[in-house]
Ligand binder design. Structure first.
Ligand SMILES: O=C(O)[C@H](O)COP(=O)(O)O
Length: 406
């Protein structure tokens, strides 16, 4: 028996007037996913526990079967696990975005225009982070380059010399707003704000940014520090579910959770975390892993979330349609041709509504398909509305995951 979870990051949405008061899932042309819904089961699941932040760290721990209330110690230490940054129990880590700020006004009054610096490439951003590291790192503060705009700051033994007390804001939560009300607060506000402000002066005339601006692309104006955390520990996935497997994603967050859970991270060439990612390559890697012996694959697609953050409705719909015909269809066909018995779970981790350009804690739709009971059961659609009308509702991600693996 083979199991695959296809995590369509941020795909859920609210109804949008310009598309007839429908959601992107309702208007997207997704015949393969619809086939799974009509031959399987749909419902809703509450991936974000009450009182916790609706980020992909919390949501993907939940979907993978790890209750965030028990296992979550912050976003950045999960990413550190994928980046090969070893942590001690006294270390603190932070997510370090490269963001685009407005050119007007003094630093602390600037507007945050883009949480991703125009989806800056990893090649460009690594040069910028290396420059910042040379000029800003100290014996205790270290910078590590990651994927695209997603990077890491390590505060070595931070817990030995200070309190773990932060009030930091994800940059994708304040797009288009002045940063003045969202700069770091708490006992470390001066340390962190100084790092951010100094980064602006260092990055301003960096050749990478000069070239990006010349090409009409958003520059990486500044770092933005958030997603603080401490060393996490996850129980073995194999011990929890009796399954060995892999994780496939473009982003360190998912690979980090997988590594900490004892799953194998599979890197796919051309995986970017955007709508231009190598969708077919990720699908092929998933099929290969399953046919080469894995019991389970967690296949994460970031694109719909990034389209949601950018407020790009057409590309969000397009990314969902590409996932349907370059991921879901080919994987189902390949497993059928290999005469494998398999189950598929497809769901977003959270909603990233176009009108909000950030995450919400609403329950998300799921579809479960079991090849062993492949018969038309309904006229289900994989949409937020149909999922709600199904009456199936899981209160937590771990409950859905345990049900899926039965
Ligand atoms: O910073 C990132 O990687 C994403 O924009 C945050 O969104 P996510 O929590 O859905 O990954």
């Amino acid at each position: 028996m083979k199991y695959i979870i296809i995590l369509v990051d941020g795909a859920g949405d609210y109804t949008i007037e310009s598309i007839g008061n429908k959601t992107p899932l309702e208007v997207a042309n997704i015949p393969n996913i619809t086939n799974l819904a009509q031959n399987g089961e749909i419902g809703l699941v509450q991936t974000i526990p009450v009182g916790m932040q609706p980020g992909s760290d919390i949501a993907n721990l939940s979907v993978m079967g790890y209750a965030p209330e028990k296992y979550h110690t912050g976003r950045s230490p999960l990413e550190a696990a994928s980046m090969g940054v070893p942590l001690s129990d006294t270390d603190i880590t932070f997510r370090c975005n490269l963001v685009t700020l407005s050119e007007d006004k003094p630093y602390q009054e600037k507007t945050i225009l883009d949480h991703s610096s125009g989806d800056i490439t990893t090649e460009e951003s690594t040069q910028l982070i290396e420059t910042l590291s040379k000029q800003l790192q100290t014996e205790f503060i270290k910078y590590y380059p990651g994927v695209s705009y997603r990077h890491l700051i390590l505060w070595k033994n931070g817990l030995k010399s200070s309190t773990y007390d932060f009030d930091l804001t994800p940059p994708h939560d304040i797009l288009g707003q002045s940063i003045s009300n969202y700069l770091p607060k708490g006992p470390h506000q001066e340390l962190l704000t100084n790092m951010m402000e100094k980064s602006y002066d260092i990055l301003k005339n960096h050749p990478v940014n000069v070239l990006r601006t010349k090409k009409g692309l958003n520059p990486a104006s500044s770092i933005w520090i958030w997603g603080e955390g401490k060393k996490p520990r996850l129980d073995s996935f194999k011990e929890k579910f009796g399954l060995a497997g892999s994780v496939i994603s473009a982003v360190d967050l998912i690979h980090g959770i997988g590594i900490l859970a004892g799953l194998k991270p599979i890197k796919v060439d051309g995986a970017t975390g955007t709508i231009h990612t190598n969708f077919s390559g990720k699908a092929s890697a998933a099929v290969k892993a399953l046919l080469d012996g894995d019991d389970f694959v967690y296949l994460h697609l970031e694109a719909p979330d990034e389209c949601g953050h950018q407020g790009n409705l057409q590309e969000k719909i397009e990314s969902i349609e590409i996932i349907d015909h370059k991921i879901v269809g080919p994987i189902k066909t390949a497993l059928e041709e290999a005469k494998e018995e398999f189950k598929v779970l497809i769901l977003p981790d959270h909603l990233t509504p176009i009108k909000l350009r950030t995450h919400t804690s609403d329950p998300v739709p799921y579809v479960i398909y079991d090849s062993r009971t492949n018969s038309k059961k309904s006229d289900n659609r994989f949409t937020e509305k149909s999922a709600k009308e199904s009456g199936n509702f899981f209160l937590t991600g771990p409950e859905l995951t345990s049900y899926f693996f039965k």
